[in-house]
Ligand binder design. Structure first.
Ligand code: SF4
Length: 460
């Protein structure tokens, strides 16, 4: 499919993205809303947007993703979506009976300029929203940002609606904003906090929602998800740990600015150093201020694996593509492994990304190509100019890997053609072990397939 890509970049391409490494804001908002218990995500726009967002998430998680839509047609496009949203709320509560509806906008309703809070207020006055039920909203115009922005917007808006009234009494608990990560990552992030003896409220929490068991009964609202009652207490927590600058910092910053809950800004806990930083942040709030032996053992296993296998990673040229928080964390891990990230792109915009990756790579790989708002097409051109030993990215990277015969590890969002990612974490020491396994197997499988007979080894 990409056989026609050439290394020639003599014509500057400024207004066209080909295979952008991002998708649109509402997908992130929908994903975040699914991490609230008893929540129905609602897409205020046309059916096509909602269908695309639902199917994209369903294809990634291999789970039915619920969401409703205002079903805009020509009338709503001209006169606005007041009638559609009001009718939708009536239908949603009478048919699907959620505890809470989380409305996000689309390009169309943003261009029209629908005022969601006013529409919801009127709907409540007209009786479209039953007593005791909640409707929250966030704005997710897709002509700016990416799915990561949409995720951050929904988490922040949820807090604005539900954590607006602190009691004034600090609770013995930490808030954790886990980033746009897999249910398995959220589960692992909580498990580490549990091991440290720290009570947490995680928002959002899709573990138990998008990695649920098949038990013969369909549950529209599975057991998982952050309880609304717990979200309300987040304004009273001791502190917030935000994992990921782009997906998590805005929510933590809001809690700090408006509710005086101190924020700790960390990167995704991927690899040894980043997980150490997460554990250290928790330790400040751990009852005994200690790291349990079980966690030290997990760390030791990851360090042992890295030292056993570092010869396979040493100086390997790696290309990384994905969401900014994921890419920053992966670059740090690759440096720990002794590899050389030479091409590092994200489709999402944001100057922090380039600044941070330069900070990490300039002393080690000064000629690395680092780019925000980038696309797979340009990455492919770079790979044509000077190949890499390993490509790490979402499913769309497979086209490049196939054409260039490059070992490929699927990482981030979306992964549409493999399973396992929602069950096995990438974060924490155990997640590091899994990532090393995936990368190493990709490198060694490629070597076994392509090496000369005399290098075809039984033992590695
Ligand atoms: S980019 Fe805009 S119009 Fe397209 S699917 Fe996303 S929200 Fe809908």
């Amino acid at each position: 499919m990409l056989n026609g890509t050439t290394a020639d970049q003599s014509v500057e391409r400024t207004n066209l993205r080909i295979n952008a490494v991002k998708t649109c804001q509402p997908i992130g908002a929908m994903y975040a809303a699914l991490g609230i218990h008893g929540c129905m995500p609602h897409s205020h726009g046309s059916q096509g947007c909602c269908s695309y967002h639902r199917s994209h998430l369903t294809r990634h998680f291999k789970e039915p993703v619920i969401a409703t839509t205002s079903s805009f047609t020509e009338g709503a496009s001209v006169f606005g979506g007041l009638a559609n949203l009001t009718q939708a709320l009536k239908n949603i509560f009478s048919i699907y009976n959620p505890e809470i509806v989380a409305v996000h906008t689309t390009c169309l309703s943003e261009v029209i300029g629908d005022d969601i809070p006013t529409i919801v207020k009127r709907a409540r006055e007209e009786g479209a929203i039953p007593e005791g039920k909640l409707v929250i909203h966030t704005n997710t115009p897709s002509f700016v940002g990416s799915h990561v922005t949409g995720f951050a917007n929904m988490v922040t808006s949820t807090l604005k609606y539900l954590a607006a009234e602190p009691t004034g009494e600090t609770k013995d608990q930490l808030n954790i904003v886990p980033g746009f990560v897999e249910p398995a990552d959220m589960r692992e992030t909580k498990r580490i906090a549990d091991l440290m003896g720290v009570k947490t409220v995680m928002l959002p929490d899709t573990s138990g929602v998008l990695d649920g068991p098949l038990d013969g009964t369909y549950k529209m609202y599975p057991k998982g998800g952050t309880q609304v009652a717990d979200i309300r207490t987040m304004a009273d927590s001791m502190a917030t740990i935000a994992l990921g600058h782009f997906a998590s910092n805005p929510a933590a910053d809001w809690l700090e600015a408006k509710q005086q809950v101190p924020a700790a800004h960390l990167e995704l806990p991927i690899g040894v150093g980043a997980t150490d930083a997460y554990v250290e942040a928790l330790r400040a709030y751990a009852p005994e201020g200690k790291v349990p032996e079980a966690l030290e053992t997990e760390r030791g296993r990851l360090v042992d694996l890295i030292s056993d296998m570092q010869q396979y990673f040493h100086n390997k040229r790696v290309a990384v593509a994905g969401d900014p928080d994921h890419v920053i964390a992966m670059v740090k891990f690759l440096i720990e492994l002794g590899a050389k990230p030479v091409y590092v792109i994200t489709g999402s915009p944001g100057n922090h990304y380039e600044r941070r990756v330069h900070e990490l790579l300039d002393p080690i790989v000064p000629d690395a190509k680092i780019k925000q708002s980038a696309d797979y097409y340009e990455l492919h051109q770079w790979m044509k100019q000077a190949p890499v030993d390993l490509l790490i990215g979402n499913t769309y990277g497979k086209y490049l890997a196939r054409v260039e015969n490059t070992p490929f590890v699927r990482f981030g969002f979306p992964i549409l053609d493999r399973v396992g990612h929602r069950f096995f974490p990438s974060v924490g020491y155990n997640g590091g072990i899994r990532l090393v396994e995936l990368m190493l197997n990709a490198l060694l499988d490629h070597k076994d397939r392509t090496c000369a007979e005399e290098w075809f080894e039984l033992v590695q």
